[in-house]
Design a protein around this ligand. Structure first.
Ligand code: UDP
Ligand code: MG
Length: 319
């Protein structure tokens, strides 16, 4: 019997956990030929989410719980889960039921057909603002155009990963993580499964625009060094233009008879423009140096304060 882990990163999801578990159970009962394990990763919740899971675990031996010592962010929480998943496949799913568990049977079916990374692809995003939708779309476009590997558009972390993918992902231990980038980087046979994304069942989003924009920058800088290349190219273009302009000025000054002091506006424009370009390039370099800085310290990606492992078992179908 093949075994599957349901990996659930959670941060303050106490309101929705019982409903989540109930909904999952209903879905898993329709898959009697597999044994399942729940793998909850508590990412520093302060609302007793872990207690709810501990309580569920007393009744259900298939529940594993990993408690991180503080909030490390969803990206690292997912790695913590992958590190303990010993099953044949792992399904990563949000606790808030925005990723419909009803998709799981289809995912498993595609996995059985030989696909190793079955990722759910959003057809629509209910309840998300126009701003969030359009920034997300623009971000995918940028990421796609700067990277050499294919990026899956409108794809989150909701997916089924074959054991081989899980083992591969475990080897990427950078601390500035962007799972979306890593899923693409590891490769393997991928297939999309389209779905409509629901609004949250309870609670509010844990991601604000600040967190999202940090994630976006991490995504780009962990994928590609193209921004560094761009700033060198920009530097070259500006230098050539400046050189041409220099010749123009010298020739004009000579024709004018050698003394020309006018030109304050153009002088200002050039200085300000160059200053801007330099600061921008410095910033780009700084982004990468910051990344080197944090990776060279080789700090652990996450710390756990409790690991409690269950055993995978079949979900019994009710008559
Ligand atoms: N999450 C987490 N750590 C964090 C932020 C979020 O484990 O620092 C979990 C959260 O509990 C949820 C999932 O990641 O299960 C997705 O978070 P959320 O629903 O807030 O994101 P959104 O759906 O708004 O993108
Ligand atoms: Mg959500």
């Amino acid at each position: 019997m093949k075994s599957i882990s349901i990996l659930v990163p959670m941060l303050n999801e106490a309101d929705v956990l019982p409903l989540f578990y109930e909904t999952m159970e209903r879905v898993l009962r329709d898959l009697p030929d597999y044994s399942f394990e729940y793998l909850f990763v508590d990412d520093g919740s302060t609302d007793g989410s872990a207690d709810i899971v501990r309580d569920l675990a007393t009744r259900d031996p298939r529940i594993s719980l990993v408690v991180l010592s503080r909030n490390f962010g969803k990206e690292r929480a997912m790695l913590a889960g992958l590190d303990v998943a010993e099953t044949d496949a792992t399904i990563i799913i949000d606790a808030d039921l925005q990723d419909p568990p009803s998709l799981i049977p289809k995912m498993v079916e595609l996995w059985q057909q030989g696909w190793q990374d079955v990722y759910a692809q959003r057809r629509s995003r209910a309840g998300e603002s126009w701003l969030k939708r359009s920034t997300a779309h623009a971000y995918y476009r940028v990421l796609q155009s700067v990277s050499r590997v294919g990026i899956q558009e409108d794809t989150g972390d909701f997916r089924l990963l074959d054991r081989e993918c899980v083992l591969a992902l475990r080897r990427y231990r950078e601390s500035e993580r962007n799972m979306k980038a890593l899923f693409s980087l590891v490769g393997f046979r991928k297939v999309a499964l389209p779905f409509d994304r629901d609004v949250r069942a309870a609670g509010g989003t844990k991601f604000n625009y600040w967190k999202l924009s940090n994630l976006a920058v991490d995504g780009i800088t962990s994928f590609t060094t193209l921004p560094l290349r761009l700033s060198s190219i920009l530097g070259m273009v500006v230098s050539v233009a400046a050189f041409v302009y220099l010749i123009v000025i010298v020739v004009k000054a000579t024709l004018d008879g050698g003394d020309s002091v006018a030109g304050y506006p153009s002088l200002m424009a050039v200085i300000l423009f160059l200053g801007g370009v330099q600061l921008l390039s410095l910033g780009v370099i700084g982004e990468y140096i910051a990344r080197i800085f944090s990776e060279t310290k080789a700090r652990p990606v996450y710390l756990t304060s409790e690991v409690r492992l269950g055993t995978p078992g079949p979900s019994v179908r009710r008559p």
